[in-house]
Ligand binder design. Sequence first.
Ligand code: HAM
Length: 405
Amino acid sequence: MLQKPRGTRDFLPEEMEQRRDIEMRMRSVSRKWGYREICTPTFETQELYTIRSGEGIINEMYTFEDKGGRKLALRPEGTAAVLRMYVNEAKVLSKPIRWCYLSDCYRYERPQKGRYRQFWQFGAEQIGADTPAGEAEIILLADSLLKSSGVRFELHVGHLAPMKHLLSDLSDTDRKAVMAILDKKNFEDLRTYLENIKAESLYESLKSLLNCRTIDEALEICGDMPEKERMKGLIGILDSQDLEYRLNLGIVRGLDYYTGMVFEGFADNLGAENQIIGGGSYRLAHLFGGEDVASCGFGIGFDRVMVSLGDFTPKSTPSVSIVYTPDVAGHAFSVSKHFREAGINTELNLLERGIGAQMKHAAKTADYALVIGKREAESGTVTLKDMKSGEQKELAVDAAISEVN
Ligand code: HAM
């Protein structure tokens, strides 16, 4: 028996209905905030993702050459393609641009619960508002989206400036290495690395920075910095909205393109793979041939949200299975059309089985069975059976539609 590739999943109808339910909630919230849905290609030129994604992502990329010798990659994350699309198609649109997307992403990671090689991100990108209000909106939108799904989570908001300030005497390579170690929260490795580069005095400052609860505390550790007002402006708006979050100046983010505000969210019932959202401010458009424009956004790990929510029954439209004898097939098709037009999910028997076998199938697949035999066809009625209660009655077609709806 052939198997699906490692790290991929099949979704049966029940699971797809749950996923669609959550997707639709997220789309609807995004639209209310002015974020309209877009779609970019599943594969792009490799270059798009190697320019500024960072080594982590580059090592995990699915790359291939097409028959024309072009070097391509499956999308490992949503943002680069969105900014490429902005530069190609939308530079002239009035700013800020607000877009959202639900994209499948591909990363060659070691699969485990909540970590897959094909996974989906519900993301949003806001282009062209270099303000604390722009950043605050993105964080507040992320919070409402996650809340609309019902997932329980903790939000951490940070900024790269204090840490970069603290590490400003290090070489580029050392700063990147220290930040990568901090991203993994591996304090033993941090101490060893700092000792090796004769910068052990940074260890305590970095640890204190991670515990700061206010921007003022951070300024005391790192000294004054030009980003002070910007950080205070953002925190001021978030606090005015009573957002529940934790200031976390230790957030580093795995991707290389972030420039300032960064944030992450963690579901409270997942294990190691509990990060359900990541985002922040970044600049990418100028690397793709556009003008330098400030942007910010986030990607929600849609599959992790689904794992965190567990099994649930989405609100569904009622479903009807039409049970009939072959001599009244045309009539049964016409009745099914009326039911569908009234918004009811309606299936017809296709296998020419006896009424008993059709009723058994209906019991497994629908809320109601609608029986149409010669007598019903002639009198313009149907026999409607509620498969849960077993109650059965003969009704005119319109009356049966009202009963089901
Ligand atoms: P990211 O943190 O790499 O950011 O991914 C966003 C989210 O995708 C993660 O927080 C996680 O929930 C989910 N995720 C990542 N890898 C996997 C995986 N292998 N299996 C399941 N879920 C996964 C980005 O990708 C940025 N583009 C976010 C962004 C948008 N920043 C600004 N705009």
